[in-house]
Ligand binder design. Structure first.
Ligand SMILES: [Zn+2]
Length: 204
């Protein structure tokens, strides 16, 4: 499939996620019951929507009045002050560290996390790392130290194309969500959404 769903969404608007229903339900149940871990590893092949999923979860964690949904499938409301700040890119409780252009994530970015965590916070905070595969060794060690003593009310969302390559000590501290390829129905839904028709789809 040519579309890279991971790469195309920022945090500027709420998007629909296709597929991965079981995982969404598992997350939804944990979220509603207040049983989610402080650290999550979202792993799976490239281009299947891990980054989009993680950003939707970040929105939900920060939303002041999430919609419960059915299944359950809780979602960010998209309208509260928190959702508005997230949409405009200035939510004080959200930090995204990404490996733009596929480069490595340097230790300076981990210091950025420490400085973010040192600020006073009135509510929940979310740190999203996309992708954790790009952490340099010293960055991974610094992240591990942070995860070992997690600050209260902070959730870490680590996106990874190759979760097996991460430090086992990082993996063991995360609630793990592994995505498989999209189901056939979900795949066609994505194609429809992007205006790709069946004839062409058969060549992908
Ligand atoms: Zn909201």
């Amino acid at each position: 499939m040519n579309e890279d769903l991971d790469a195309q969404e920022g945090l500027d608007h709420v998007v629909d996620i296709f597929g991965h229903e079981d995982m969404r339900r598992g997350w939804g149940r944990g979220f509603l019951a207040g049983r989610l871990s402080h650290a999550h590893l979202i792993g799976g092949p490239e281009g299947i929507g891990k980054g989009t999923l993680a950003r939707n979860w970040a929105r939900l964690l920060l939303c002041a009045q999430p919609e419960t949904g059915t299944d359950p499938d809780p979602r960010a409301c998209g309208e509260c002050p928190s959702c508005s700040k997230v949409a405009s890119g200035n939510h004080p409780g959200y930090l995204e560290i990404s490996s733009e252009g596929g480069g490595t994530i340097e230790i300076a970015r981990m210091r950025e996390i420490l400085s973010f965590l040192s600020l006073r916070s009135d509510g929940r905070r979310v740190v999203l790392i996309d992708s954790a595969d790009q952490l340099r060794e010293e960055s991974a060690n610094a992240l591990l130290k942070i995860l070992e003593e997690p600050p209260g009310e902070t959730h870490f969302l680590l996106v990874s194309h190759r979760p097996a390559s991460l430090l086992s000590t990082i993996i063991s501290r995360c609630q793990r969500w592994l995505l498989g390829p999209l189901s056939r129905d979900s795949f066609h839904e994505v194609l429809d959404r992007h205006g790709i028709h069946e004839e062409r789809a058969s060549f992908l």
